[in-house]
Ligand binder design. Sequence first.
Ligand SMILES: NC(=O)c1ccc[n+]([C@@H]2O[C@H](COP(=O)([O-])OP(=O)(O)OC[C@H]3O[C@@H](n4cnc5c(N)ncnc54)[C@H](O)[C@@H]3O)[C@@H](O)[C@H]2O)c1
Length: 345
Amino acid sequence: MLNVGIIGCGSIARQRHAAEYTNNQNTVIAGVFDVSRERAEAMAKDFGGKVYETVEALIADASIDAVSVCVANAFHAPITIDALNHGKHVLCEKPMAITLKDCEDMLAAAEKSGKRLLIDHNQRLTPAHKKAKEIIASGELGRVISFSATFGHKGPEMWSADKSSNTWFFKKNAAAFGSMADLGIHKIDLMRYLIGSDVKNVFSRLATLDKKFPDGTPIEVDDNSVEILTFENGALGTVTTSWTHYGEECNASSLYCEKGTIKLYHDPRYSLQVVYADGTKAHYELDRMQTNDDVQQRTSGVIDVFVDSILTGKKSVLDADDILNSMRVVFACLESAESGRIVEL
Ligand SMILES: NC(=O)c1ccc[n+]([C@@H]2O[C@H](COP(=O)([O-])OP(=O)(O)OC[C@H]3O[C@@H](n4cnc5c(N)ncnc54)[C@H](O)[C@@H]3O)[C@@H](O)[C@H]2O)c1
């Protein structure tokens, strides 16, 4: 049995990590910590585990085998590195860290400690995305020529444990990034994963169009973005992100291949549809997209992948070394938005 600790006891910790550790037969939640004592106590009450006084005390406890890092973005790297240095396996939330150096330091700490470091890129694991990977890899549709991917919802202030437009998600010092990195990292990583190639260059525009703090001033990070990505293998496409999709959430992608189109999460019933070049269609009734509007977060499979990789010592589909290459694209997008130029990777 693995003793796990959960650091940060907000929404994703509760909806995904705690719920999925509870359902995993090889784990027990042994410790929790949050800068909000109240939130840590509520988590321990609902899911078990000791409430630690400090993050250092939890990390120093030799009886804890692995930790989930579910805190605001700016604290992912220091907490992850400290935990790895103390011999813990780490599952860190996305976006991996707020600078490229932090991401590289996290990987170096994992290599030095010999412990597992995974990043919560749950989109790689959804049934429709797994099936799309299989179809593309089989070659039956030929190569991916172009793509479009969108991730938009009504905003993290509706989801975060704060439930306030004064949320850390809107502040540069805690979040560092806005919608582009918060949501775009999922789609950038997914396109890299499905297409099976790396990004060659990017052009990105970020904007703060609507979100405001309670005093009416605009938030400090972007609430909308558009990215144009060119892949090494020639595929060209867009990633669009938004925190102002007030109607309904969109989490859909299309991949336009030589012999047809793969449509992902466009239809509420058929999460994957293939439209062949001759007009025939195949509909796959696999799953519904996990959205912030529902509680499907607790069946992502991320914890099972983390636990399996610890128990077997084998590489996993969520390993940080590959996710780092998706983060390089995020940093290139930030540079492009800042300079107004195409940025080569
Ligand atoms: N993989 C996904 O699909 C997904 C979904 C949602 C959020 N996330 C990520 O998870 C992380 C947490 O997001 P959330 O939605 O749960 O936010 P949240 O605001 O609901 O919870 C964050 C919690 O972390 C605590 N915290 C902040 N800094 C801390 C620190 N230094 N030490 C200890 N506790 C600290 C806060 O008090 C809060 O309880 C973010 O990085 C976010 O991007 C990932």
